[in-house]
Design a protein around this ligand. Structure first.
Ligand SMILES: [Fe+2]
Length: 318
C-alpha cells in the first residue's frame, strides 16, 4: 500500500449513438464548450480550467465508457497502477503517455472488481483561464454509480484509491477525494452502471438559469429544484437525450479534513429535511428513478432544440 491517492474528479466518458446530436445538446443546451473533435470523439469543457469535463464517443448504444480521475504526478500514477495490479483489478492497462489532443498527460485505465471502467491520469493540460459565465457548468462535481456490491466497491475506492468516507444513508455511500463532500457516491442497486452525473454551477442563480434553459428546450426538471441532506448541495435533475441522468448542482459542502465527522444511516433516517432540506422538491419522478437505475430511454431531443442559440443568448451569464 502506498500514500498515492486520487486527488480529483476530472471528466466522464460516454458512448452515444448519435454523436453530433449529443454534442449539440451538451454545447448549446447544457452549456459546455467544444475543446477538440477527433474522428468519433468530441471533448467538451466547462467554464473551469479542466481540459474537458465530458468526452462523447460514437457507439452503437448509450453506455458509460469511463470515469476519469486526477492524481498529483506521474509517480502517483505509477504507484496507483502498481496498487491496482496487486489488488487484481481487471483490465489494467500499462501507464502511458496519453493523446495530446485529449489534453495529454500520463495515465492508465482499469476496472473495479464489479466492472466499473475507471481511468487515472496526471499532468493533463489545463486551460490558462476560466470563463466567467454563471449560467454554465464549471466542472464535473460528482458521479453516482449503481452497485450490487457496494461494500466491496466502497472499500476499493477507499483502500486503493485513497477516498475518504463522508456519509452513509440507507440507499447510498458518499466518498470524497478532495474538499467536495462527495466526488463519488454508490447507490445500492443492480450494478454496475451510471446512476447520474452532476455538474457544478457557480451559484443558485446560475443553476436556475441553467435549469430554465433546459426547460426552454423541452427538458422537464425530473427532480428539484431542492437541497440535499448529505452534501447540502442544491440540485436539479434532468434526463439528457441519451437517457443518462444529468444534474446541475451548486453549494456542495466543503469538508474540513480535521473536523468533519461522517454520519451514519440512522442520522439521515431521522433528518427532518428529507428528501429535500427546503421541503420543496418532493420525490424524483418515476421516469427519473428508472433512468437512474440504468434504464436507458430512447434518444430524444424535444423539438430538435430549434431554439438553442436563442435561449443561450437570453440566459448566458446575464
Ligand atoms: Fe447528485
Amino acid at each position: 500500500m502506498t500514500n498515492a491517492r486520487v486527488t480529483g474528479l476530472r471528466s466522464i466518458e460516454l458512448g452515444v449513438p448519435d454523436l453530433e446530436r449529443s454534442a449539440q445538446f451538451y454545447r448549446s443546451v447544457w452549456g459546455l464548450e467544444d475543446v477538440v473533435a477527433d474522428g468519433d470523439t468530441v471533448h467538451l469543457r466547462g467554464t473551469g480550467c479542466e481540459h474537458h469535463v465530458v468526452t462523447l464517443k460514437q457507439r452503437p448504444k448509450a453506455e458509460l465508457l469511463a470515469v476519469h480521475f486526477a492524481a498529483t504526478d506521474r509517480t502517483a500514477v505509477t504507484a496507483l497502477h502498481a496498487t491496482a495490479k496487486a489488488f487484481g483489478a481487471d483490465a489494467v492497462s500499462e501507464p502511458a503517455d496519453l493523446p495530446r489532443a485529449a489534453g495529454g498527460g500520463f495515465g492508465f485505465r482499469f476496472r473495479t472488481p464489479e466492472g466499473l471502467p475507471l481511468a487515472i491520469a496526471a499532468d493533463v493540460t489545463r486551460h490558462d483561464e476560466a470563463a466567467s459565465d454563471r449560467s454554465r457548468p464549471t466542472k464535473l462535481s460528482h458521479v453516482v454509480l449503481n452497485s450490487a456490491r457496494i461494500d466491496e466497491q466502497t472499500t476499493f475506492f477507499k483502500d486503493l484509491l485513497g477516498f475518504r468516507h463522508s456519509d452513509s444513508t440507507d440507499m447510498m455511500e458518499f466518498i470524497r477525494c478532495c474538499a467536495d463532500h462527495h466526488s463519488v457516491a454508490f447507490a445500492r442497486s443492480d450494478g454496475p452502471s451510471l446512476n447520474h452525473m452532476a455538474y457544478e454551477m457557480p451559484s443558485i442563480d446560475g443553476l436556475m438559469r441553467g435549469a430554465g434553459r433546459m426547460k426552454q428546450n423541452g427538458f422537464n426538471i425530473e427532480w428539484g429544484v431542492g437541497r440535499h441532506g448529505p452534501g447540502n448541495n442544491v440540485f436539479s435533475y434532468f434526463i439528457e437525450p441519451n437517457g443518462f441522468v444529468a444534474e446541475y448542482t451548486t453549494e456542495v459542502e466543503q469538508v474540513d479534513e480535521a473536523t468533519y465527522l461522517p454520519h451514519a444511516a440512522e442520522y439521515w433516517r431521522n433528518f427532518p429535511g428529507r428528501p429535500c432540506r427546503w421541503n420543496m422538491a418532493g420525490h424524483p419522478s418515476n421516469r427519473l428513478k428508472a433512468a437512474m437505475g440504468g434504464e436507458i430511454f430512447p434518444p430524444e431531443m424535444p423539438g430538435e432544440a430549434p431554439r438553442c442559440e436563442e435561449v443561450m443568448a437570453r440566459t448566458l451569464g446575464r
